[in-house]
Design a protein around this ligand. Structure first.
Ligand SMILES: Cc1ncc(COP(=O)(O)O)c(C=O)c1O
Length: 426
């Protein structure tokens, strides 16, 4: 089987998956639409939203030992275990939950800089402000020099050699995202970790996986990371929380906590059982995809196969989006369309395309798509969220980010391509 160009789910399976999400093809107020802004917040899994809403109905405190209290506590305990073991492949360490992934990131950077000696820290130019500003703010607070790794414009990645150029024995922390939320390029985290640890073997390395988490498995154990975060609302689930893994050596640092609780407990106050239950519903869903392809009763095995299949489906969709078919040209073949960071291969990429149409403002392009029932994300060069990043990728005029997800099918991609062809022809 040739996996280089991905493997597409059959149409019936796509329909079966779509059915499990709310409003995949329309907005109840504004009508039919294709939702191609999943990197800004993904389609919501019905089961995740339902269990969250269901559990919010109970007034019981999860610290009590009557049946309902214990049930609620079990969601927090089992959810913590599953997120750490199944989603992060963490063999040790602890789980942090905050209101957002950004809060986790700021908290972790502060904790490490408070406890680790050094004179500088390294971040990449492609980071979302959530990770970039966490580094800048805390470097200023701790009197550290902030070194910024530049992007390879061809691939949209941060090369390991670029990180190695900046790291030295006095580097306190390296923070590099797992994949770009603007170009979809997946970073060679293994190469980056190896390059940094070749210079300073015990260096602290963390990674923002908010973009990458819904597309491939996260593996903090294989990478030897000190922290990694993700946002449930970008992973088929709900808003209102962010999760992060932290390594043992980070969890053992003195941190804000209820003093009587164990060292590795980061929660301040009572966490919402619904947030954990919603993430377990996502794990169930990914396992159900795995089950379609392999025989196993082991939840982690099924989850890994499910994520692998999601990735292959998305790779096939990306290939179709870029190359098209005999009936409809792909983005690479529509006159006037420019694609940022588009190396030949579709491997090592999340399902994202950052595009422009020659002579057209990106905000206007986003509006043209919206008028035709397609929701995308214009990333203007003037936006506080994307200016530094689009410029680093060489897209000085900004771009429109197009991010379908695995439950979209070939027909959705073709519809998008036809609309693009129509707008470009104007
Ligand atoms: C790569 C990346 N990191 C971090 C964030 C921030 O996530 P949150 O809104 O949960 O703090 C985003 C949101 O767009 C993102 O794309």
């Amino acid at each position: 089987m040739n996996e280089n160009k991905g493997i597409m789910f059959d149409e019936a399976f796509v329909a079966e998956l779509k059915e499990q999400f709310y409003m995949p093809d329309d907005d109840p107020k504004y009508g039919e639409r294709l939702f191609f802004d999943n990197s800004g917040g993904s389609l919501r899994l019905k089961k995740a939203v339902e269990i969250k809403a269901d559990l919010e109905r109970y007034p019981d405190c999860p610290e009590r030992d009557h049946a309902r209290g214990l049930d609620l506590k079990a969601y927090v305990q089992n959810g913590t275990k599953e997120i750490l073991d199944i989603m992060f492949n963490a063999k040790s360490g602890a789980l942090m939950s905050e209101l957002t992934a950004s809060q986790c990131m700021f908290h972790i950077v502060d904790l490490i800089m408070d406890n680790v000696k050094g004179t500088n820290a390294v971040v990449s130019v492609l980071e979302h402000p959530s990770a970039f500003d966490a580094m800048q703010y805390h470097c200023e607070k701790h009197g550290l020099e902030l070194r910024v790794a530049q992007a390879n414009k061809e691939t949209g990645r941060i090369d390991p050699e670029e990180v190695a150029r900046l790291v030295d024995k006095d580097t306190c922390l390296v923070s590099i995202m797992s994949a770009s939320n603007i170009s979809g390029s997946v970073m060679d985290m293994e190469g980056i970790v190896k390059a940094a640890r070749a210079i300073k073997p015990d260096i602290y390395i963390i990674s923002d996986a908010v973009q990458h988490a819904p597309h491939m498995v996260m593996d903090v154990d294989a990478l030897g990371l000190d922290a990694m975060n993700f946002a449930p609302y970008k992973f088929f689930s709900v808003r209102g929380c962010g999760f992060a893994y932290v390594s043992d050596r980070v969890a053992n640092m003195p941190h804000h906590k209820i003093i009587a609780k164990e060292q590795k407990v980061f929660e301040l106050g009572t966490p919402s059982p619904g947030n954990f239950a919603a993430m377990m519903a996502v794990i169930d869903y990914v396992c159900s995809i795995g089950k379609k392809f392999i025989e196993s009763e082991d939840r982690k095995t099924l989850y890994y196969e499910g994520m692998r299949r999601i990735h292959l489906q998305e790779r096939a969709l990306l290939y179709r989006l870029l190359e098209g078919t005999e009936e409809v040209p792909g983005l690479r073949h529509i006159k006037g369309v420019e694609i940022s960071a588009d190396p030949d291969s579709v491997e090592g990429r999340d399902l994202i395309a950052g595009i422009r149409i020659e002579g057209m403002d990106v905000v206007e392009l986003g509006q043209e798509y919206q008028k035709r029932g397609i929701t995308t994300a214009p990333r203007a060069a003037t936006s506080i969220y994307s200016k530094r990043i689009v410029e680093a990728l060489g897209a000085d005029k900004g771009l429109v980010r197009v991010s379908p997800m695995h439950c979209h099918g070939a027909a959705d991609i073709d519809k998008f391509l036809k609309v693009t062809q129509e707008i470009a022809a104007k």
